[in-house]
Design a protein around this ligand. Structure first.
Ligand code: BDR
Ligand code: CA
Length: 318
């Protein structure tokens, strides 16, 4: 089977860790690198968490790069209290994983992305599941990558449902609406996997118990990490009866777009005012060819089955 080259751009919290596991468990992915971002934790901690998760999952050779530490319009980033509540202060549910045996790469995440697009072009898939600061910086530095990268499928935004950090804004977009707007209005073709679908794709303790029953280190650690996330959702979103698989759904849709139904649209991101961070149709480009494919509905059962098949097989070996 020809494997797809994939880069993840993560603010490695709990669902980002599940995205790493999905990419490693999928039979058709060659994970060539992870770029770090800020959001659930600060960028350096996201990198540290990615290294720990990769070692836990028997993939100690996947390189990890540091991305931007904050948006270009701010000088500093502080983790929001709600992020700490959902992911824990260490980003992985206060679960202790061994100190990584290796360090992050010397090259910057932005330069790694640009080089990878130049090397692999249409064979490369990028899945950002944090703010879009790194992708916007790469587009600014090397605008040619917009027309050469094969696939960009991001977790972020909300079109048909309210936001999760304000009435309008989803967390990843809210961290850097200016960068998100630059990406959404660029020449890139994007698939947006937002709250419209990720809040319908839920995991419960029924599934984490299956990982615990494997009696492996990875199974036990991931069960502990995700049980923390489920417990946080019981407080913040009791009506859902589970935790949202935001980031691993984006990886799933990048590999198999038939998990979702979509709408093709031109969009922009509001970067000021009360609706800061809103992802919405762009009235200035109503009649132009579209560049965003927005996921609107999801086949939860088929996705969850695939998710459990990939992750359970991976945790069984580690
Ligand atoms: C998104 O925000 C982050 O907290 C999660 O990891 C996910 O990428 C959900 O809004
Ligand atoms: Ca994330």
């Amino acid at each position: 089977m020809a494997k797809r080259k994939m880069i993840l751009d993560l603010d490695t919290g709990i669902d980002d860790s599940l995205a790493i596991a999905y990419a490693l468990g999928a039979p058709d992915v060659d994970l060539i690198g992870i770029i770090s971002s800020y959001g659930n934790v600060i960028t350096s901690k996201a990198a540290d968490n990615s290294l720990r998760i990769l070692e836990l999952l028997g993939a100690p050779d996947v390189p990890v790069f540091l991305g931007e530490p904050h948006s270009s319009t701010t000088e500093h980033f502080d983790v929001m209290a709600i992020s700490q509540q959902i992911h824990g202060k260490n980003g992985i549910g206060e679960v202790d994983l061994p100190t990584p045996k290796r360090a992050v790469e010397k090259q910057s995440g932005v330069d790694f992305l640009i080089d990878a697009v130049h090397q692999y072009g249409a064979d490369l898939t990028l899945v950002p599941t944090g703010p879009l600061t790194n992708l916007a910086a790469a587009l600014k530095k090397a605008p040619d990558i917009a027309s050469t990268i094969g696939n960009v499928t991001l977790m972020g935004g909300a079109l048909t449902v309210p936001g999760n950090v304000s009435h309008f804004a989803e967390a990843n977009i809210n961290q850097d609406a200016e960068a998100a707007n630059a990406v959404f209005t660029s020449d890139l073709h994007l698939t947006m996997v937002g709250l419209d679908v990720t809040l319908r794709t839920l995991l419960t303790k029924h599934e984490t118990q299956q990982w615990r029953d494997l009696k492996t280190t990875a199974g036990a650690k991931f069960a502990d990490i995700v049980d923390y996330y489920i417990a946080a959702y019981e407080v913040t979103s009791p009506d859902l009866h589970g935790c949202a698989l935001h980031d691993p759904l984006a990886v799933g849709v990048a590999l198999d777009p038939s998990f979702v139904t979509t709408l093709d649209l031109n969009m922009f991101v509001q970067d000021e005012g009360v609706d800061y961070g809103r992802t919405i149709g762009d009235p200035a480009r109503l009649n132009e060819p579209t560049n965003v494919t927005v996921a609107l509905t999801v086949d939860q059962d088929r996705y969850l089955k695939t998710f459990m098949t990939y992750l359970t097989a991976l945790f069984k070996q580690n």
